[in-house]
Ligand binder design. Structure first.
Ligand code: PLP
Length: 383
């Protein structure tokens, strides 16, 4: 493909309106509107996370997450090391192996959990796959096994529709990697035994820490089953045969970044101020609808996710008619250079396309302002 020339750039005029906040990355995602470092409570910085104040702030983060997620008392929630990957692998390493395993994969992150189960834990799981843009048949799963899935496939823009497909009377445990799903979709927690996420997605928090949610059946598994592989200290959730309850009260396994914790508290308090879970879901829905309108109005732009009912409202993945990776990169670079949209080239393993984050911390007006800029970049990169 020829690179855009200055002649091509001159063909169409630049739109007048730029998104006020060009932050459309799918993680770390846009900070909450109005965020600034000055707004963070810094009293705990330089203090021990095990001090009275440290524990109080960690507990506040936990309490706010519970409240905003509308998590029932049956489920525990704690902060663990290693971001979402750390939290999910902690769950895999501590609970799998007790019964057969089914792993679902329809994009890169789900595929990563398959690799862990097959190559690292050597579990010989049943692997249920679908191509990028599709969802596998969720009705055909064997729930006598533990089932691992990604609620929202961040690299393909395909999500599960809800939790209806998870039976109430399952024998196995459900493990949801919910990192780009929490705070964006309603979640029926009675269907979830394990869920994990990290703060840098829908909350616009910082990376580094994972959040682990455990239902009662997951706790039962932890207290009754000892895997026959070694567990590093950062994965250990059980002490003397009992769940390490401290983890769910802010007594973290190792030292957290209290700055990241304060940043998460800021984001959670913002979320409360704007109206809680319902408002977060509404913001993300409005953003993805605004982007959907832009797509519908352009013949050259399409969603990678085939079925509207299972299309992500957070990580929206788009294909551009006939555009190869080089053109996608050129478009993303042009838009970044214009400070119109940062980090919107699709994930490296996904089919070439754009990925535009529509989570709650993004403002709808900024998504709307993107449309004419996409036209501009599309034309500017035409050969
Ligand atoms: C679905 C999904 N799982 C896991 C991860 C990895 O998350 P983290 O970097 O917080 O470990 C991501 C990151 O984008 C993701 O989107």
């Amino acid at each position: 493909m020829n690179r855009p020339t200055s002649g091509a750039l001159a063909r169409n005029a630049k739109p007048k309106v730029r998104p006020a906040r060009p932050y459309f990355s799918s993680g770390p995602c846009a900070k909450p509107p109005g965020w600034s470092t000055e707004q963070l409570d810094t009293r705990v910085l330089g203090r021990s996370h095990r001090s009275g104040l440290g524990k109080q702030r960690l507990q506040l983060a936990i309490d706010l997450m519970r409240e905003l997620l509308e998590l029932p008392d049956t489920h525990r929630i704690g902060i663990v090391p290693g971001s979402d990957t750390g939290a999910y692998e902690m769950a895999m390493w501590t609970m799998l192996g007790a019964r057969p395993v089914t792993t679902l994969a329809w994009e890169s992150f789900g595929e990563g959990w398959v690799t862990d189960a097959v190559k690292q834990l050597k579990l010989a799981p049943t692997v249920v796959r679908a191509a990028y843009g599709q969802l596998p048949d969720l009705a055909q799963l064997d729930w006598s096994s533990d089932v691992l899935f990604t609620w929202n496939g961040t690299t393909s823009g395909v999500r599960v529709p809800d939790a209806e497909w998870i039976p109430a009377n399952r024998e196995g445990l459900s493990f949801a990697d919910a990192t780009s799903a929490v705070f964006a979709y309603p979640i029926d927690w009675t269907k979830i035994d394990v869920a994990t996420f990290s703060w840098q997605k829908v909350l616009g928090g910082e990376g580094g820490h994972g959040v682990l949610i455990l239902g009662p059946r997951a706790v039962e598994r932890l207290e009754s089953y000892v895997p026959d592989w070694p567990l590093p200290k950062v994965f250990r959730l059980v002490s003397k045969g009992k769940l390490a309850e401290g983890v769910f009260k802010g007594e973290t396994i190792n030292t957290p970044s209290m700055l990241a914790v304060e940043d998460a508290i800021y984001a959670l308090e913002w979320a409360k101020r704007v109206g809680g879970l319902e408002a977060l879901i509404a913001r993300s829905t409005a953003n993805s609808a605004a982007l959907g309108k832009i797509v519908d109005e352009r013949a050259w732009l399409n969603h990678l996710a085939a079925d509207r009912a299972t299309r992500s409202t957070t990580s929206v993945c788009l294909t551009l008619e006939g555009a190869d990776e080089a053109r996608i990169k050129a478009i993303a670079k042009l838009l970044e250079g214009e400070e119109v949209a940062y980090d919107i080239a699709g994930y490296r393993d996904a089919p070439p396309g754009l990925r535009i984050w529509c989570g709650a911390t993004v403002d709808t007006a900024d998504v709307e302002a993107l449309g004419p800029w996409l036209d501009w970049a599309w034309e500017a990169t035409a050969t």
